[in-house]
Design a protein around this ligand. Structure first.
Ligand code: NDP
Length: 273
């Protein structure tokens, strides 16, 4: 039996990277998947490559009106939503290296990261709860909201302060959502996943295409106990677990997937000489 048989799942930022790997794993496990993103060309082509149980809908997670219309479309097409993966996220370095430290980051750059990483998750949780509540009135629904946070939500990151703050807030909001749904008597679980160093296009601005690319990659995982980047498919495996009914008693919890980085204290701050 496939682990997500007949589940309807929506994934944000799923045109590539971790979101795309989750979409593929969900389809492989029997779910019907709504791939959403702001890269419409890539998103539609990717959804088409997954076959008949996947479709693409445009969704900028910062846009509340877009959330309303996507959820209305989901209810109209399927009558139910079982799983939401709030995956879309940005580092703030997409257009090159800008100051993201606590002293020099601009308010505009800070807000841009929080708008996607935190407002986007807030809106996703809000509209998933409303949609799942509607569906649960007619059917016995077991919902799962999965928020993709980060190792950066558990430790400070001086050079990426907005990213770290946003991911820490996602970790905490996950717990508020889990408790709220339980208080409301809704069978909706909410958990967070905390990846670190997963090799996706997100790293490209930091790796570059120069001769030093291999050295940079090596450098970035030097202090990872497993000495390698993780794979998007390895994160997707955790998302399958949390989406499935096997995880029926997992609620408000956090799962780290980081090659062992958080197990020790090797990632200490190093003063610049
Ligand atoms: P990618 O950059 O590879 O993919 C993210 C996708 O989200 C892109 O398709 C991007 O579109 C899309 N996106 C960006 N902004 C929005 C938005 N406002 N609304 C909808 N979609 C949007 O990232 P990853 O796959 O690496 O990361 C996925 C999640 O995992 C993120 O939340 C990230 O913070 C988290 N994470 C990743 C880690 C890693 O090492 N890779 C480690 C820890 C956490 P476009 O390309 O057009 O911008």
């Amino acid at each position: 039996m496939q682990r997500l048989h007949q589940k309807i799942a929506l994934i944000t930022g799923a045109a590539r990277g971790i979101g795309a790997a989750i979409a593929k794993a969900f389809v492989d496990q029997g779910a019907t998947v709504i791939v959403t993103d702001i890269d419409h060309q890539l998103g539609s082509a990717f959804a088409a490559s997954l076959g008949a149980r996947a479709r693409y809908l445009p969704l900028d997670v910062r846009d509340e009106t877009a959330w309303r219309s996507v959820m209305a479309e989901v209810l109209q097409s399927y009558g139910v939503l079982h799983v939401l993966v709030n995956n879309a996220g940005i580092t703030g370095f997409e257009r090159g290296v800008v100051a993201h430290d606590p002293e020099n980051a601009s308010l505009q750059d800070w807000r841009a990261v929080l708008a996607t990483n935190l407002d986007g998750v807030f809106l996703g949780c809000k509209y998933a709860i409303q949609t799942m509540r509607k569906a649960s009135q007619s059917a016995k629904l077991r919902g799962s909201i999965i928020n993709i946070s980060s190792r950066s939500g558990l430790v400070g990151i001086p050079a990426a302060a907005a990213y770290a703050a946003s991911k820490a807030a996602v970790r905490n909001h996950t717990k508020s959502v889990a408790l709220y749904c339980a208080e409301q008597g809704l069978a909706i679980r909410c958990n967070s996943i905390h990846p670190a160093a997963i090799l996706t296009p997100m790293w490209e601005p930091m790796l570059g295409q120069g001769d030093d690319r291999a050295a940079r990659m090596h450098d970035l995982v030097r202090e990872c106990p497993m000495q390698r980047f993780g794979l998007p498919e390895e994160v997707a495996a955790l998302a399958v677990l949390l989406a499935s009914d096997e995880a029926a008693y997992m609620n408000g919890t956090e799962l780290n997937i980081d090659g062992g980085m958080l197990a020790g204290s090797v990632l200490r701050p190093v003063p610049k000489s």
